[in-house]
Design a binder for this molecule. Structure first.
Ligand code: IPE
Ligand code: IPE
Ligand code: MG
Length: 239
C-alpha cells in the first residue's frame, strides 16, 4: 500500500526519519493486573504494524528504541524475558518485514548480547540488506553516550588528525552512519525526557510526547504525530 490515502494527502510535510522511544509497556500491563512481561509482549507485537504504517506514509527511515544500555539495571527476570521475546519476534516477524522490502539495521552494542539474539539480529540484517523500502533501525543495547564514546575511540585508534574531524566525519563513525538526521522524535508513555537516545542525531529534531502507552500507540496516534510535525516550523537557528 502506497501513501495515497486521503490522510497522506492531507499531511503536507512528512518527516524523512522518525525515531520512537517505545515506552510504557510495563505500566500498560500493570494497569490490567498483568505481569510486566505481558506489556513487553504487547509492545513487541505493536512494532511491525507501526513500521508498516510509516512505510505506507512513505517515510524513509524509522528507528525504534527497544532496550537502552541502562535497561540492564532491571531485574534479571525482566531482562531475560525481553531477550526471549526479541528472539521469538525476530523469528516470526523478519520474514514478513523482508517480504515488504524493509531493510533492517541494528544500532547499539550488538557484540554484548547473548549468542541467540545476536545471531537472530545478524541474520535479519543480512537477509534484508539489499531491500529498498523503509530502513528500520533497531536500537537494542543502545546508548547515545556510549555511541559517541565508541566513535571517539575509533577515530583516535585510526590516528585521524584533529583538523580532519568535522561533523560529517564524526557522523560517519556513529552507529547510525549513512542515516539522515532524525526529523521527528516520538516518545510514548508520558515521560518528558530522551533517556540517552540519539543524542547527536536528534540535535534538531522535532519532539512529540504523548501519554499513550506504547502497546496502545496505533495508526491513529501515528497520524496525530505526523500532523503535529507538519505544523511545526523548523528554523535550525535561522529566521
Ligand atoms: C519500555 O517500556 C520498554 C523498555 C524500556 C524495555 P517500560 O518497560 O519502560 O515500561 P514502563 O515505562 O515501566 O511503563
Ligand atoms: C527508555 O525507556 C528506553 C526504551 C524505551 C528502550 P526507560 O523506561 O528505560 O526510560 P526511563 O528510565 O524512564 O528514563
Ligand atoms: Mg519506561
Amino acid at each position: 500500500m502506497i501513501g495515497t490515502s486521503p490522510t497522506t494527502k492531507r499531511i503536507a510535510l512528512l518527516p524523512n526519519h522518525v525515531a520512537i522511544i517505545m515506552d510504557g509497556n510495563g505500566r500498560w500491563a500493570e494497569k490490567q493486573g498483568l505481569p510486566r512481561l505481558e506489556g513487553h509482549r504487547a509492545g513487541v507485537e505493536n512494532i511491525r504494524p507501526i513500521i508498516e504504517c510509516l512505510d505506507e506514509y512513505r517515510i524513509r527511515c524509522v528507528t525504534l528504541y527497544a532496550f537502552s544500555t541502562e535497561n540492564w539495571d532491571r531485574p534479571e527476570d525482566e531482562i531475560n524475558g525481553l531477550l526471549y521475546l526479541l528472539e521469538e519476534a525476530l523469528d516470526k516477524e523478519v520474514p514478513k518485514l523482508h517480504k515488504r522490502g524493509i531493510r533492517i539495521r541494528h544500532i547499539g552494542r550488538l557484540e554484548e548480547l547473548a549468542a541467540g539474539p545476536q545471531l537472530a539480529i545478524r541474520k535479519a540484517i543480512e537477509l534484508t540488506k539489499n531491500n529498498t523500502g523503509i530502513t528500520f533501525s533497531f536500537a537494542f543495547n543502545y546508548g547515545g553516550r556510549i555511541e559517541i564514546l565508541d566513535a571517539v575511540r575509533c577515530i583516535i585508534a585510526k590516528g585521524i588528525p584533529p583538523e580532519n574531524i568535522d561533523e560529517n566525519l564524526f557522523n560517519s563513525y556513529l552507529y547510525t552512519a549513512s542515516l539522515p538526521n532524525v526529523d521527528l522524535l516520538i516518545r510514548t508513555g508520558g515521560e518528558l525526557r530522551i533517556s540517552n537516545f540519539l543524542l547527536w542525531q536528534a540535535a534538531y529534531s522535532e519532539y512529540y510526547f504523548t501519554e499513550v502507552l506504547w502497546p496502545d500507540f496505533d495508526r491513529k496516534e501515528v497520524e496525530k504525530a505526523l500532523i503535529a510535525y507538519s505544523q511545526r516550523q523548523r528554523r535550525f537557528g535561522g529566521l
